[in-house]
Design a protein around this ligand. Structure first.
Ligand code: PEP
Ligand code: MN
Length: 337
């Protein structure tokens, strides 16, 4: 439920409402906006209805939140959420995260990271724990991979993002990474989501390969309801009848999500297509569709990549794409460094 207070409401009156909500074992949320003061109350709406809050003189309106997700909803928070990751403002400027699918060794990571940095990437990606379809495929370097990622990120002054695949390893990953990625296979790993909600580092939540928009938003709600409001959503393609591409990029959900939620939305054209030649066109389409950023696989030598070489861009392709994105950002009224 959303309680909208008159603009001039004093702090003592705001506290009256917050306390009433708490006394009834509901969770209060104070969301001061520029135009209005909004108080959220999470929990059983029937209890709230009995409190007669609309009788208070400083209450302007009370609105039910009709969606099953609350904290995630734009009804709850009108302004865009901006997540500041050491100076990179996700949700404000157009952010590009790039790097190899997996951290393979120091040389591979360093060469690739230097090239993406030179081309203008803001965040370095690289998996240390790889959730592979086959148990016989490369599973990632684990903690050694995390250490390499942090080392190279620090050397090049790049923020780093990497995937967390289990609640047990979440704290360890959080020691090294600036953004924690939840992969498509774990979007509904609720124990993991709850753990990440407690850790409070920014989380990039990828859409499950067969998840609906509502399921994606409810997964984000899991993280936020534990206290971590720094969630970035990511469309990375879904399973359809079409097998000509690895997945089907569902670009329509980008503007749809921007309506439904205040959270930043980014697109992964690499896993969405699985085909190198399709990555740049879909990356550009994502920007124009209103995405807040991209996460793209780049490898200095894709033929030798231990995973996802087919969809990894060569550094010069990534560089050309970045130049094009900068032009598109300008005409789309987006900030891009
Ligand atoms: C990845 O980013 O390397 C990855 C495994 O992504 P997804 O979870 O979208 O398949
Ligand atoms: Mn990959």
């Amino acid at each position: 439920m959303i309680i909208i207070l008159k603009k001039e409401t004093e702090k003592k009156d705001i506290d009256i409402i917050l306390n009433k909500i708490k006394e009834n074992n509901l969770e209060p949320l104070y969301l001061p906006g520029i135009e209005k003061i909004v108080i959220g109350a999470i929990g059983d709406e029937r209890v709230l209805a009995t409190l007669n809050l609309d009788a208070l003189p400083f209450v302007e309106r009370i609105l039910p939140v009709l969606t099953p997700y609350k904290l995630v909803s734009r009804d709850f928070k009108h302004e865009d959420t901006i997540i500041n990751v050491k100076g990179v403002n996700i949700g404000k400027e157009f952010v590009v995260m790039a790097g190899p699918c997996a951290v393979e060794n120091e040389q591979q990571l360093t060469i690739t990271a230097k090239s993406v940095k030179k081309s203008g990437a803001n965040v370095l990606r690289g998996g240390a724990y790889k959730p592979r379809s086959s148990p016989y495929s490369f599973q990632g370097l684990g903690v050694q991979g995390l250490k390499l990622l942090k080392k190279v990120g620090d050397e090049l002054n790049l923020q780093v993002i990497t995937e967390v695949i289990s609640p047990e390893t979440a704290e360890t990953v959080a020691e090294y990474a600036d953004i924690l990625q939840v992969g498509t296979r774990n979007m509904q790993n609720f124990d993991l989501l709850k753990r990440l909600g407690k850790i409070k580092k920014p989380v990039l939540l990828k859409r499950g390969m067969s998840a609906t928009v509502e399921e994606l938003l409810m997964a984000a709600e899991y993280i936020m309801s534990e206290g971590n409001h720094n969630v970035i959503l990511c469309e990375r393609g879904i399973r359809t009848f079409e097998t000509a591409t690895r997945n089907t990029l569902d670009l329509g959900i980008v503007p749809l999500l921007k309506q439904k939620t205040h959270l930043p939305v980014i697109v992964d054209p690499s896993h969405a297509t699985g085909i190198r030649a399709l990555v740049a066109p879909m990356a550009k389409a994502a920007l124009v569709a209103g995405a807040d950023g991209l996460i793209i696989e780049v490898h200095y030598n894709p033929e030798a990549a231990k995973s996802d070489g087919m969809q990894s861009l060569y550094p010069d392709q990534f560089d050309a794409l970045m130049q094009n994105l900068k032009i598109l950002a300008k005409v789309s009224g987006k900030e891009m460094r």
